[in-house]
Structure formats: C-alpha cells, structure tokens
Design a protein around this ligand. Sequence first.
Ligand code: HQG
Length: 182
Amino acid sequence: KASQTLISTSKFLSLVLRHQPDVIGMKLDEEGWLEIDDLIASANARGKKLTLELVHEVIATNDKRRFALSEDGLRIRASQGHSVSGVDLKLEKQTPPATLYHGTVAAFLDSIREGGLQKRARNHVHLSGDETTATKVGSRRGKPIILRVAAGMMHEDGQEFFLSANGVWLVDSVPTKYLAFP
Ligand code: HQG
C-alpha cells in the first residue's frame, strides 16, 4: 500500500480523534475513544474512504504510534495531542526523570520567558524525554530551540506528570522558573 495513503489516513485520524470528531458527525467518549465500526461508517458516509484494514495498518505502522487500540480491539483513540475539551485519557500519574525537554522555535521565546510553557490549543503541554525527540518537535515550526525542563523539581513541588501510551510527557503548564533557556 502506498505510504502516502497511510500518511493521509493518519492525518485524517489525528483530525478526528484529537481535534474535530464533528467533521464526520462523531463524538469521542469521555476517555477519547471511538468505535472503529462507527468511525469507518461515518467517514465513508462523508466520502472519506476508510477500511478496517487501513485503520489497523495505521495503528500498527504509525511512526509515532499516535493511535491506540482498546483492550477489546473495538475502539481507537489518539494517545496524545488532543484539543477537544472534556477528554480525560485517565492516565496514571508518573514520576518524571529529573530533566525533560521541549522543542520550540525562537519566535516564541520572549512569550515563553514571560508566561512559561502553556497548553495553547491543546489539553496539555507536551514534553519530550530526550533532546532528539524535542528537536524533531521543534523542527515542525522552523529552526528548533530546545528548552530544558526541571521536571524532577516540578514534580517535587507537586505538579502532576502523565506519560502518554506513546511516550510523550504531558503536564498542565511549566512555569518559567523550571525552564532553562539555551
Ligand atoms: C509554544 C506533535 C508562546 C510551544 C509533537 C509550541 C508533540 C508558547 C506551541 C505534539 C508558549 C504549541 C505537541 C507561550 C508554549 N508563548 N508560545 N507561553 N507556551 N508555546 O503543536 O509541543 O506529530 O500545541 O513551544 O511531536 O509543538 O502531532 O505543541 O511550539 O508531541 O503527533 O506553542 O504534537 O505530535 O504547539 O507539539 P503545539 P508542541 P504529532
């Protein structure tokens, strides 16, 4: 199968499962799940070609493992990146490593120094476990700048950390005092 099909399907699933389930007239459940059969039927009804095989292939081959299958195998959700309100992934709190990383770009630095890292459109601030990953995240927007986050200290101070099923660290915000700028 052309990898182009897998990429465009991944983008479509990201749109539906993170941001706008209403584009196919769907609603996510409170933990972000959607019945795969409903997803396929609704997508097809709106002219978006989607099959069970394709959905499973995207889940299995996606470069960032962006989508997860429920235990019963009948539902799908995005593992992180949501902007739809009211979704609670019910992740367990985790103790983070001493340092985490955030990849961004120079244009945002003044504002980040001012207000710390904020969620913006998404439900969490996303942090990376290593600099290589953070560099990729920052590169989506231009020349990457890597900020070091004193995650251990934040955690000791009572901030909650969650780790998504695909290894992305999620927090509510990162106040400036925990950030080291390059
Ligand atoms: C910036 C991708 C100004 C922040 C990635 C970022 C990730 C501020 C942007 C996931 C700010 C938000 C998320 C402040 C934060 N002032 N700018 N106070 N606080 N920002 O896309 O972390 O490929 O919502 O630096 O791999 O870039 O989609 O967050 O540049 O895991 O699966 O505001 O998206 O995953 O951008 O990326 P985003 P992100 P996927």
